[in-house]
Design a binder for this molecule. Structure first.
Ligand code: DHB
Ligand code: FE
Length: 289
């Protein structure tokens, strides 16, 4: 059976792609940020996931404001990147896992999450940058992208995103293949790119979120999306992707590694690595019953 090995939350600022392309990882501005990933690389090297399910938000590359699904899931053999206008190199396509995608879609719809299913889907910096950070050498890991609308209001609530994550977690655990699955949530933490509060950052709120994501994600589900916009900024609401990621961790969750660094571009950048251990007792009990 498929096993959920853990979850990683990471920022997805496009400028990171520029820094990687120019080899600036040891530059004084970038070093505290890139050094933070050593702990994630060590853990990934030990765990060796086969597939990564990525909760992210599309910023206008695949979906635009005229047609914006609340939740969209990829079911393609590969996912292409394209020029988004940030002056970044275009990534090579990422391999998909169509069998797992369709299993997730079937289980989600049965669970009353009526997702948009995408047999073609361009992925933007919110997908490519986190994967480039987690696997600088580019691995063969297969991918399933899940886009959450954090852009065009009304947004889904944190509670709904947590439930989506939990539905994904249940769906993965019912998948028959022996796969190690990693869940990633991208974006955040606090930032606002436009309007009167451009440059807004809320360290206290971010650190509280990083703690509650491990210990008590339901606490974050009590906020509305608009309250998150207020606390974290209009783009800081990308926290919804992290909340969905956390929902998919169905076992005993512990923090393995984290980093919080202000600023990277306009953003409070953060990394959180969590391990997920299956609840053996509960499984044994279910089997016995
Ligand atoms: C920045 C942050 C984002 O989340 C994004 O999608 C684009 C830009 C930034 O801080 O520059
Ligand atoms: Fe973003």
């Amino acid at each position: 059976m498929a096993k959920i090995v853990g979850g990683i939350g990471t920022t997805h600022v496009p400028a990171i792609g520029g820094a990687i392309a120019k080899g600036l990882q040891r530059d004084p501005y970038w070093r505290p940020f890139f050094d933070g990933f050593a702990g994630a690389h060590k853990w990934l090297g030990a765990v060796q996931p086969d597939v990564v399910v990525v909760f992210y938000n599309d910023h206008g590359l695949n979906f635009f404001l005229d047609k914006m699904p609340t939740f969209a899931i990829g079911a393609a053999g590969e996912y292409r990147h394209a020029d988004e206008g940030w002056g970044l190199p275009v990534s090579r396509p990422y391999p998909g896992d169509t069998a797992l995608s369709w299993h997730l879609i079937e289980q989600l719809v049965a669970d009353e999450f009526d997702v948009t299913m995408c047999q073609e889907m361009l992925v933007d910096h919110a997908f490519t940058i986190p994967l480039a950070l987690l696997w600088p050498e580019r691995s063969a890991v297969r991918t399933v992208p899940i886009a959450i609308n954090t852009v065009q209001h009304p947004l889904p609530s944190p509670a709904r995103c947590l439930r989506l994550g939990r539905a994904i977690g249940r769906a993965i655990e019912s998948y028959k293949a022996d796969l190690k699955v990693l869940i990633v949530g991208t974006g955040g933490l606090s930032h606002q790119l436009d309007g009167k509060r451009a440059g807004f950052i809320n360290k206290e709120f971010d650190l509280m979120c990083m703690e509650k994501l491990v210990s008590d994600p339901d606490r974050l589900a009590r906020y509305s999306s608009l309250q998150i916009v207020e606390e974290a900024g209009s783009q800081g609401v990308e926290l919804l992707n992290w909340i969905a990621m956390r929902g998919a961790l169905t076992g005993d969750v512990s923090r393995v590694h984290g980093n919080y660094h202000i600023p990277i571009s306009n953003t409070a950048s953060a990394l959180l690595v969590m391990e997920n251990r299956a609840l053996e007792l509960a499984t044994t009990y279910r089997k016995a019953g």
